[in-house]
Design a protein around this ligand. Structure first.
Ligand code: SMG
Ligand code: MG
Length: 375
């Protein structure tokens, strides 16, 4: 199979409510979807596949952002992939290896090719990855709010909807009080965790240790992306398990961080690590080292959500992920809705990622569409 081309589709997706983290507030997403068209071999005259870029609008979560991802794909990835004679999912990363970083951009391209390839072969992504479940347990990530009563309302609504785990975004000034308030209102049995998105330094260890009495599942990424040694030191000073998100860019980084004692749990986000193949390697490394993993989220539309659900169904994903129902994010999604039922969402079982954008809906949300011909 060869690449015929990639279509870059930009969609403007308003969020149902603002999502505030320690690095900023998002009210909508400028999402980059990629449609890969392959020809020849099992694809015959042509087969297409979809991927969603995890990059946010701004380079505040990590160095990547939507506009930058679209640029590197158009300028570098399309010509590099055009020269691959036998294009398979496994051939994408080696073909793009010369480009440093840009993992979210690499991931969306690899996913679109993977989806097309799996459709050509009639294989669902979940089966390809080695999934062992048909439904996955879902948690929800709750942003920083203006007040504790507002937070308790939001958490109460999510618990009523059936989410099986709550994650609170924290930052200096919004950490112990919201956690205590949630524990007092909803009890000690609610699986609860926090995510700081790098907002603290090692000097804050005494403050973070104040979270210990609340029996949290984990503290996610308290320190800077590069500060693996700092996380290892922090892990010795707090009892709550440390989970890394931003710091884990590859299976190698995961193995190193675990060996150094910087984390005992890993958040796997396919975009952050360069795709689903690397995500599976992280899963395997963590399983071999006895470290639980869970699937993170980047406010994906149904395109990215479908693939994340397949990943979250692997055996090592023993903690609920940020794989919430479509309605937690969008009043209307570009794919058929993913509905939370009994705290779980079914894993798509059709070939590839198992869903397609709905053409009319995509047309309404699209702000631009560019087809880049390979070769
Ligand atoms: O998709 O439910 C979701 C969002 C989960 O909190 C979430 N993601 O650091 O884990 C994280 C954040 C990053 C969001 S950046 C837009
Ligand atoms: Mg995180």
């Amino acid at each position: 199979m060869k690449l015929a081309g990639l279509e870059l589709v930009r969609v403007a997706m308003p969020l149902v409510s603002p999502f505030r983290t320690s690095f900023g507030t998002e009210t909508s997403r400028d999402v980059l979807l990629v449609r890969a068209v392959l020809t020849g071999g099992a694809a015959g005259d042509g087969v297409e596949g979809w991927g969603e870029c995890a990059a946010p609008d701004d380079p505040f979560y990590s160095s990547e952002y939507t506009e930058g991802a679209a640029a590197v794909i158009a300028r570098w990835f399309v010509p590099m992939l055009a020269s691959v004679r036998e294009l398979s999912p496994e051939a994408v990363a080696p073909a793009l290896e010369r480009v440093k970083g840009h993992r979210m951009a690499k991931a969306v391209v690899e996913t679109a090719v993977l989806d097309a390839w799996l459709r050509a072969h009639g294989i669902p992504l979940a089966r390809f990855l080695g999934a062992v479940r048909e439904r996955v347990d879902c948690g929800v990530s709750v942003g920083i709010m203006d007040s504790i009563p507002q937070l308790l309302d939001a958490v109460g609504r999510y618990l009523d909807e059936g989410y099986v785990r709550i994650k609170l975004k924290i930052e200096p000034g919004w950490d112990v009080d919201p956690v205590r308030a949630v524990r007092e209102r909803f009890g000690d049995d609610v699986p609860l965790q926090v995510d700081a998105n790098t907002a603290y330094t090692l000097h804050d260890a005494p403050q973070l240790a104040k979270l210990d009495p609340f029996g949290l599942l984990l503290i996610e990424q308290p320190l800077a992306e590069e500060d693996v040694a700092g996380h290892a030191e922090l892990a010795r000073r707090v009892r709550t398990p440390i989970c890394l998100d931003e710091s884990i860019l590859s299976a190698r980084a995961a193995a190193d961080a675990i060996r150094l004692g910087a984390c005992s749990i890993v958040n796997v986000k396919p975009g952050r690590v360069g795709g689903y193949l690397e995500s599976r390697r992280i899963h395997d490394v963590c399983a071999a080292m006895g470290v639980p993993v869970w699937c993170g989220g980047m406010l994906e539309t149904g395109v990215g959500r479908a693939a994340n659900l397949a990943l979250a169904a692997l055996p090592g994903f023993t903690l609920p992920g940020d794989t919430s129902g479509s309605r937690r994010y969008y009043a209307e999604d570009v794919t058929p809705e993913f509905v939370l039922d009994g705290g779980t969402i079914p894993v798509p079982d059709a070939p590839g990622i198992g869903v397609d954008p709905i053409p009319d809906t995509l047309a309404r949300f699209a702000t631009s569409r560019t087809f880049l011909t390979a070769g």
